[in-house]
Design a protein around this ligand. Structure first.
Ligand code: DAK
Length: 259
């Protein structure tokens, strides 16, 4: 597939990188961009050589939200019948390998929601997060009212969604939305370092960890712990578990085969 609104590349043959590329529109997210991103991530997910993905934007903007110009004339019939958001925005949730959001600049509205759909967010020190939809007469529509309070708690989520204000990277890290904040010029280096580290672990264990942590948002504690326990037990059937533990016992570096 030829991409027009994203750039796609790999690093070290094992990290798949998707860069949102609508600079004049601050990477505003429209249907074509979301279709392209979904296709690129699915292709990486299906590629045996790829162990981790990074979604990133420009220095100025990760993404300034859904494309307001494109949305402005939508009717209820358009968004309902077209299954707006669900049809292509949710593709990222079906990706089984880890997806890191490397965020610099604005991550607003749908941009903040896209970052939250990734597995974790590494932010540059110039990143600014917000859900300003209230200023447009709407509310967050791609999971913001659900994922933001799970990340930062009710008080901060209400504050952000009701006032439309932005929070900077430090506040986002303090609140728990962001896992690390790094200087802008170190953002990709840090995200790549994390991705390469993940690629070197057992891909089965990595996917199982992602699946289990995501389950914690969908179930009660005892069901979630039982889910984790069953997957934990199952990992003892893998070659990688034997390799990882043998390598530790024999004081050597593990060579995982992802089997
Ligand atoms: N959409 C389209 N164009 C955008 C945009 C956006 N979200 N954000 C920025 N741009 C465009 C600007 O129009 C401008 O274009 P030109 O005038 O140059 O043609 C260009 O990017 C540069 O922007 P500014 O001139 O405004 O640059 P500044 O540095 O002054 O300000 C800003 C940057 C990011 C603070 C500002 O542009 C801004 O406030 N942008 C809007 C942010 C925003 O409101 N984001 C939330 C969008 S609403 C739904 C589900 C989900 C959603 C909706 C419905 N349903 C289920 C129905 C999601 C909604 C959203 O995400």
């Amino acid at each position: 597939m030829a991409y027009e609104m994203i750039e796609v590349r790999t690093e070290a043959g094992k990290v798949g990188i998707v860069t949102l590329n609508r600079p004049k529109q601050m990477n505003a997210l429209n249907n074509q961009l979301m279709d392209e991103m979904g296709a690129a991530l699915k292709a990486f997910d299906a590629d045996e050589a790829i162990g981790c993905m990074i979604v990133t934007g420009s220095e100025k903007a990760f993404a300034a939200g859904a494309d307001i110009g494109a949305m402005a004339t939508y009717s209820f019939a358009d968004v309902y019948k077209g299954d707006y958001i669900t049809r292509n925005w949710e593709t990222i949730r079906s990706i089984r390998k880890p997806v890191i959001a490397a965020v610099s600049g604005f991550a607003l509205g749908g941009g903040c929601e896209l970052a939250m759909m990734c597995d974790f967010i590494i932010a540059a020190d110039n990143a600014r997060f917000g859900q300003p939809e209230i200023k447009l007469g709407i509310i967050p529509g791609a999971g913001g009212t659900q994922r933001l309070p799970r990340a930062v708690g009710k008080a901060k989520a209400m504050d952000l969604a009701l006032t439309g204000r932005m929070m900077n990277a430090d506040e986002a890290e303090r609140g728990g939305l962001v896992s690390r904040v790094v200087p802008l010029d170190k953002l990709m280096e840090e995200a790549l370092g994390a991705a390469l580290m993940i690629c070197d672990y057992s891909q089965i264990a990595v996917m199982a960890a992602k699946e289990s942590i995501n389950r914690s948002f969908e179930s009660g504690l005892s069901d979630g712990v039982m889910f984790e326990r069953r997957i934990f037990h199952a990992l003892f059937a893998t070659t990688d578990q034997k390799e990882g533990m043998d390598a530790f016992v024999n004081k050597r570096k593990a060579q995982f085969k992802h089997q």
